[in-house]
Design a protein around this ligand. Structure first.
Ligand code: UT7
Length: 319
């Protein structure tokens, strides 16, 4: 028994917000700095009342339509998010309610920017065990709601969005190999170190990051885990048709591709137009490259994530 990707969908809220728009909003920044350090040109930002489950709903409906499946066909719903609508219930349960599905297993995965790769791996294991047949796996985020808009070192980097896939049981693979890792010793370099306690926010409710430490960590582990995942499937990295890394910074993406000796022509890049959408970045990029015809049936795709925790992982699949 294998799992196979049979449809994708994605959703970006609101109009594109350019770097100049951010400067016009009073942030002490400029297009030259953001473009040259990150490759980001614009991002989409959700409205104040728009939640991760709202974005997830749009992406999920598009994925179901692309897969030719009905809401009632789903027996597993996993949402990867670090910006859940509530503390509880899970965003997956809220999404399930909005979709009108009853009875499927539903839960969230919290692995920050590796969340989608974690969620896809979990769904693969559920399906391969034989317990479930048709999974909706979503990455959905409204990071704009947890940014300190007075901190120019972080607020210009992120965007909002959602991406979704339908994964189904199949006789042929499908997902070829997966690898997941974490090292909690590095929890302090990227975090939202706050909580709610007796009705009060304790600690800091905004995203904080040591950018340079994150940069170095990301480049190292993205190259390592790509190699590990390819080796597990018995292929060389040169046999991968498309690399879809987490979209945080074009310089991290280029450095990873260089370490893997992969041409940038084989890398799907959306960071210029989406910014860093955390758990949504990989499924957003995957959906874009499938819909515009770059990814074709039979090709090998390597998905990779890295983020707060620290967490990192990869999924190698045949489309
Ligand atoms: O999912 C993982 C999430 N995070 C990442 O992947 C981020 C990884 N890190 C990075 O991408 C980079 O470290 C950043 C893009 C965040 C920062 O680039 P950097 O080259 O490490 O810059 P820096 O933080 O060392 O700052 C350099 C200068 C500072 O000015 P001074 O002290 O040299 O005068 C900052 O104050 O750039 C200044 N700066 C800005 N200037 C204009 C910081 N943010 C901005 C800004 N606009 N938005």
């Amino acid at each position: 028994m294998y799992s196979r990707l049979i449809g994708t969908g994605s959703y970006l809220p609101g109009p594109a917000v350019t770097n100049d728009d951010l400067a016009r909003r009073g942030i002490d920044t400029n297009d030259e700095w953001i473009s040259s350090r990150t490759g980001i040109k614009f991002r989409h930002l959700a409205a104040e009342n728009q939640t991760s489950s709202d974005l997830a709903l749009e992406a999920s409906q598009r994925a179901l339509a692309a897969a030719g499946r009905q809401v009632a066909d789903l027996d597993l719903i996993i949402v990867a998010t670090s910006t859940p609508d509530y503390i509880f219930p899970s965003t997956a349960c809220l999404l399930q309610g909005k979709l009108g599905n009853q009875g499927a297993t539903a839960f969230d995965v919290q692995a920050v920017c590796s969340g989608f790769v974690y969620a896809l791996t979990i769904a693969d294991k559920f399906i391969r065990s034989g317990s479930h047949r048709c999974a909706l796996v979503v990455g959905a985020e409204v990071f704009s709601h947890i940014l300190d808009w007075t901190d120019r070192g972080t607020c210009v980097l992120f965007g909002d969005g959602a991406g979704a896939v339908i994964l189904e049981a199949a006789d042929q693979p499908g997902l070829l190999a997966t690898a997941l890792h974490a090292d909690g010793a590095h929890h302090g370099i990227l975090s939202v170190p706050g909580s709610i306690n007796n009705g009060q926010v304790t600690g800091d409710p905004f995203l904080r990051m040591d950018g340079q430490a994150v940069f170095k960590f990301a480049v190292r582990v993205l190259a390592e885990v790509a190699g590990e995942c390819c080796a597990a499937a018995g292929i060389d990295a040169s046999q991968v048709d498309w690399l879809i890394p987490h979209q945080a910074n074009i310089r991290i993406i280029e450095a990873t591709a260089k370490k893997l000796k992969t041409s940038m022509e084989k890398v799907v890049v959306t960071v210029d137009r989406h910014g860093n959408t955390s758990a949504a970045s990989v499924p957003l990029a995957l959906d874009e490259a499938i819909r515009d015809g770059r990814i074709r049936s039979g090709q090998k795709i390597l998905l990779e994530g890295v983020g707060g925790g620290f967490t990192w992982g990869a999924v190698l699949l045949e489309y």
